[in-house]
Structure formats: structure tokens, C-alpha cells
Design a protein. Structure first.
Length: 328
């Protein structure tokens, strides 16, 4: 099936992926957008949303092979809290027979805690990790809600409950995993390494962490100029449920609370227009000071949202991340 010749609308309306299609970019109905009538090839060219066809290919294969979509919360839990509706993990297994011997990768796409961009930072990236011999779970976590980042951490923990419950079906060891997150999802996997994350939920430490152009420091936000009408405190309160000052002086300030991190490989572009590269530099410095293995790669071009890096200076970062993990 040549997905590049199909329109985005046609692909997303395919019954085979009806469960996950609304979360291609969660909280954004792509079918209402004019560009959904373009072919995948045209969208990749116009928007630089690369390798969507690869992502759809592995998604459809997973859907055809059996159950691949797992809700995090029961109907009763969703009735009590509508924000939990549709929060899920998607299992995308590698063809490599040795994948079961390796840690799986829990992947959290970004989206400023407003959306979750599985279309670009989820499914296509998972296809590359699959090729490298790693099973992948993609998490659609809670966004566009009060205290979104805190609730998203709870979604990560619930994902591990599901993975543990179905460990035989997935053929994975729930105690052996790597986290990888983009932008806001990068903040999420970093926060998972603090006392608010895996330790609070009694879950083993990740074997590695791959934050991609992550947010890490609210002190950087505090020192940034904002456009007239910008509300830093309001943004922080919506995301974390506290003031900016409280965020700067708590475990939400990742570089100050990095002692629980595993070996970490960080990837970003120097010209990132949305997240200051200082976020990554500050985290890398903190890890180095703590004696935690860290690899920091800053590409000269690519901007924010380069996803799998195809066609840019960051092309091949998933392979370099895996080499870092396997070569320690």
C-alpha cells in the first residue's frame, strides 16, 4: 500500500485505524483542515512533516496483526473524569526476534501540553526504533486540562500498569524500558526521572532517557521576555498547578533534581525558535556534575519539531541514541 499517494483524510478515515486516528494530533480534528485533502506526499513536501507514510505503514501492520490499541482508563474512570477518555498506548512491535531481549521504548510525542503529535513525533519515529530492533509503545497522555503535566505523569504510570498486565501478550519485560520524549513530551520523560515520577509510583528506573528538544527549566522561562499580554504564571498554573516561583523551586525544575536520571542522550537544534537550547544545556551540565552518563548533540539546523530528523542535520539521531545506550 503506497500511503504517499493517499490523502490524509482517506488514511485517517480508514476503518483499520479508527480507534487511534482521532489522536493523530490529539485535540485537533485534522479532517476539518483543508490540507487533509492533500496526499501524504504533498503534505510532507508542504509542511515538512516527514515520513508519515512510514508511520502509517507500521500502524496499519500493527492493527492488522491483532490488538494494538489499549485504553489507559476504564469506562467508569472516564465517566468520573472526562479528561481520561481516549488516553491510550499503542503497541508497535519490531520484527527483530531479539527485540524481546531488549528494553522497550516508551515514546511521548510533544505538543505544548495542548496536543500530542503522534502523526509526526510518534508513529514515524517508532518505525525507526522498530528497524533498530526495539519494541515501542506510544503514549497519548492528557493535555488541554488543568495540571496537564502532573496528570500526564500519572498517565505514564498507568501505561506501565497496562504493559505489566499484558506482558505475555507484548513479550516484553515491564521492568526494562527506555523513555523518549519530544518538547513537552521531553519534559514529561525528564519529570518522570525526578521524585515525582517512577520512584513515586514504585516503578523501576528507566535504562536510558532520550529527551528531544525538551523543556527542562522554569527558571529559563522566568527570565525570558514574553510578548505583551503573555502570562507566565497563568501558563505554569495551567500546566503544573502552581506558581512560576514554586515551579522554579521544586522538583519541576529538572536540572536541580536530576539525581534520579539514567544515562541520557539529548538531541536538539541550535536554531530552535520555540525552546531555548539552554534547557538542554542546563540539564546536560547537571547530569555531568552528578556523574551520570550524558550525550548532548546540538545540530546546526532543524529548528523545533524536527521529529525523526529526516532531510536535516539531525537525521539519524535515533541510531545515535541507540548507539549511546548500547555502547556504554
Amino acid at each position: 500500500m503506497d500511503f504517499r499517494k493517499r490523502t490524509l483524510k482517506d488514511v485517517l478515515k480508514d476503518p483499520a485505524i479508527s480507534e487511534i486516528a482521532p489522536d493523530a494530533i490529539s485535540k485537533w480534528d485534522l479532517l476539518k483542515e483543508d490540507f487533509s485533502n492533500l496526499t501524504i506526499a504533498e503534505i510532507e513536501h508542504e509542511k515538512k512533516w516527514m515520513n508519515m507514510d512510514r508511520g502509517f505503514e507500521i500502524l496499519f501492520k500493527a492493527a492488522a496483526s491483532g490488538r494494538y490499541y489499549y485504553n489507559l482508563y476504564s469506562e467508569e474512570e472516564c465517566k468520573a473524569d472526562p479528561d481520561k477518555v481516549g488516553r491510550n498506548i499503542v503497541f508497535l512491535p519490531s520484527k527483530d526476534e531479539k527485540a524481546a531481549e531488549r528494553p522497550f521504548i516508551l515514546l511521548t510525542p510533544g505538543g505544548a501540553f495542548i496536543n500530542v503529535w503522534s502523526l509526526t513525533e510518534g508513529w514515524p519515529v517508532a518505525s525507526l526504533f522498530n528497524d533498530l530492533g526495539y519494541n515501542v509503545f506510544i503514549l497519548t497522555y492528557r493535555v488541554s486540562t488543568d495540571c496537564a503535566a502532573v496528570k500526564a505523569v500519572a498517565d505514564v504510570a498507568r501505561a506501565f500498569d497496562i504493559i505489566c498486565e499484558h506482558r505475555a501478550e507484548f513479550n516484553v519485560d515491564p521492568d526494562k524500558y527506555i523513555t523518549c520524549g519530544f518538547s513537552a513530551g521531553g519534559y514529561l520523560v525528564c519529570l518522570w526521572n525526578t521524585k515525582k515520577g517512577y520512584r513515586a509510583y514504585g516503578i523501576p528506573k528507566p535504562q536510558a532517557c532520550f529527551p528531544i528538544y525538551p523543556v527542562t527549566s522554569y527558571r529559563i522561562l522566568a527570565n525570558q521576555r514574553v510578548e505583551e499580554g503573555g502570562d507566565k504564571d497563568g501558563f505554569v498554573h495551567r500546566t503544573l498547578g502552581c506558581t512560576l516561583d514554586e515551579a522554579c523551586n521544586s522538583a519541576f525544575e529538572i536540572p536541580d533534581h536530576a539525581e534520579g536520571f539514567p544515562p541520557t542522550a539529548i538531541f536538539l537544534a541550535a536554531e530552535d525558535e520555540l525552546v531555548d537550547p539552554e534547557h538542554s544545556k542546563r540539564l546536560a551540565s547537571a547530569l555531568k556534575d552528578l556523574g551520570i552518563p550524558v550525550y548532548l548533540e546540538i545540530g546546526p539546523t532543524g529548528g523545533h519539531g524536527f521529529a525523526d530528523g529526516s532531510g536535516m542535520s539531525m537525521e539519524g539521531w535515533p541510531e545515535r541514541a541507540i548507539r549511546f545506550y548500547e555502547g556504554r
